[in-house]
Design a protein around this ligand. Structure first.
Ligand code: OOG
Ligand code: NI
Length: 469
């Protein structure tokens, strides 16, 4: 077993998330409690399967995602360079205008099957869009405050430059340590605002998200999210242990065949902040932003599967608003239309699968190989090939809105409209803008799952010596 190189991107990402997790537990003690609840639940779930936590691959013990909100294009550009060093690249475009936030962004995450297997940690990263702030005065205020902020230390920029230009082999273990230390500074919480209370309140009135982004010297991580094997039990556990859990779990209802992503959180706490005052007098105030979240991931769905999910979700939301019924009950009823059997989901092309030649079926040298073209269903039926659903590694903007709306801290009368209308055309334009800024195309998550599935079929085809599957 070889020691990983200090600059191996997957290894750096693992060290980074461990350090981030430790920092966040110290900053938000309630988050530590959530992680304890998750561990208790997973231990019980595993016990019922005759297993223990130690049976889980170590990557399961790592947080699955975090989220940050940036203020400027320069900050977005620099963070994308830092995340690339840790093997995280933009996947999926999220236009949060559609849920009423003046932000758009992407998820920086590992893209290859191998990197995902080692550690699937990702960061949902958004950037403020000043053009969506309706008041010219507030827009000017926000951009001018942000123009002097320096999120990245000069040592960090130097290390990123080096990692990009020189052979990684030239960088030492100490350089790697420094990269982690300097990176943490970007995500650290400062209980001191960089602006006077009055400015904070003006920005907050416009939109709480704008105040959260603009008024602090760092891009504090706003939540971290471990995964769990049983999110319903974690929700119940949070409630019974007195954590301020949000009312309901976002995403699809509980099913036999889990799809996409289910998430819940404890609500953000009001934290003390000192605001810049006159002369030496700081003024005390509060800010509500940071929370803890938990997620349970299911299968990645195809475009067809996603359209069905979106349609059923919209139907459920519409019905529970109209009928004033328990929304979870409505959700369950409406989702009865979504097939809940892996074989049906596969045959109807709703879910992506990873195909593999069964271990004892791979033809070894000298043995008879299959010939010509065989349908995948036949190979599955004969046990020559096996398949398992591909895990969904991305996000659901409507779920995110559900989580964030319960974490914004009241304030409903802002100037920037909370439900901004957007058109497909507009969304395409802003996506191209973000791509221009990142200097690369943002692949659609669905295309990546499609590719994983296709590659796995090709791998089977090659191993079995078939001309076509
Ligand atoms: C959105 C973060 C989205 C999730 O779990 O959906 C997210 C934001 O920062 O505003 O983390
Ligand atoms: Ni999240």
């Amino acid at each position: 077993h070889e020691e990983p190189k200090p600059w191996d991107p997957d290894h750096l990402r693992t060290r980074f998330v461990q350090a981030l997790s430790e920092m966040y537990r110290t900053e938000v003690p309630l988050y530590g409690k959530l992680v304890d609840v998750v561990n208790q639940v997973d231990t019980t779930t595993l016990q019922s399967r005759g297993q223990s936590l130690n049976d889980l691959p170590s990557r399961f013990q790592l947080e699955r995602h975090g989220a940050i909100r940036l203020g400027t294009q320069q900050e977005m550009r620099m963070i994308s360079r830092l995340f690339a060093v840790m093997g995280m690249f933009p996947v999926g475009y999220y236009d949060l205008k559609m849920v009423g936030f003046p932000l758009h962004g992407t998820a920086f995450r590992p893209q290859t099957e191998e990197s995902l297997r080692k550690n699937p940690f990702r960061v949902f990263t958004t950037v403020l869009r000043p053009d969506l702030i309706s008041s010219p005065k507030v827009r000017e205020m926000a951009t001018s405050i942000l123009s002097t902020r320096q999120l990245f230390s000069s040592r960090l920029i130097e290390l990123i430059d080096q990692a990009e230009t020189s052979a990684l082999a030239n960088l030492t273990a100490e350089d790697a340590n420094n990269l982690i230390i300097e990176s943490l500074k970007i995500f650290k919480w400062h209980s001191r605002s960089s602006v006077p209370l009055e400015t904070y309140l003006t920005l907050k009135k416009e939109h709480p998200m704008v105040a959260d982004i603009v008024c602090f010297p760092s891009a504090h991580i706003n939540h971290l999210t471990p995964r769990t094997l049983d999110i319903d039990a974690v929700q119940a556990g949070m409630i019974s242990q007195g954590l301020p859990a949000k009312d309901r779990i976002e995403g699809p209802p509980k099913r036999k065949c889990e799809i996409l992503l289910r998430q819940t959180s404890f609500k953000a706490l009001e934290e003390r902040v000192s605001f810049a005052g006159d002369a030496d007098h700081a003024i005390d105030g509060t800010h509500t932003a940071r929370f803890g979240e938990v997620e349970q991931r299911g299968a990645a769905v195809t475009r067809k599967g996603r359209e069905l999910y979106d349609a059923l979700l919209a139907k459920a939301v519409g019905r529970s608003e109209k009928e004033d019924k328990d929304s979870d009950k409505v959700l369950k009823e409406v989702f009865a239309e979504y097939p809940d059997d892996w074989e049906v989901l596969r045959k109807e092309g709703l879910v992506y699968f990873r195909y593999r030649v069964a271990e004892d079926k791979a033809p070894v040298a000298g043995t008879h190989k299959l010939e010509g073209s065989v349908h995948i269903n036949k190979l599955l039926k004969e046990g020559v090939v096996t398949c398992e659903p591909i895990t969904y590694e991305d996000f659901l903007p409507f779920s995110a809105a559900g989580i964030f709306t319960s974490n914004l801290g009241g304030e409903k009368d802002g100037g920037t409209e909370r439900k901004l209308q957007r058109t497909e055309e507009e969304s395409k334009r802003s996506r191209v803008q973000l791509e221009g800024l990142l200097g690369r195309k943002i692949p659609s998550e669905i295309d990546l799952y499609d590719e994983l599935q296709t590659d796995s079929v090709k791998e089977c085809q090659a191993l079995l010596g078939l001309s076509e599957i």
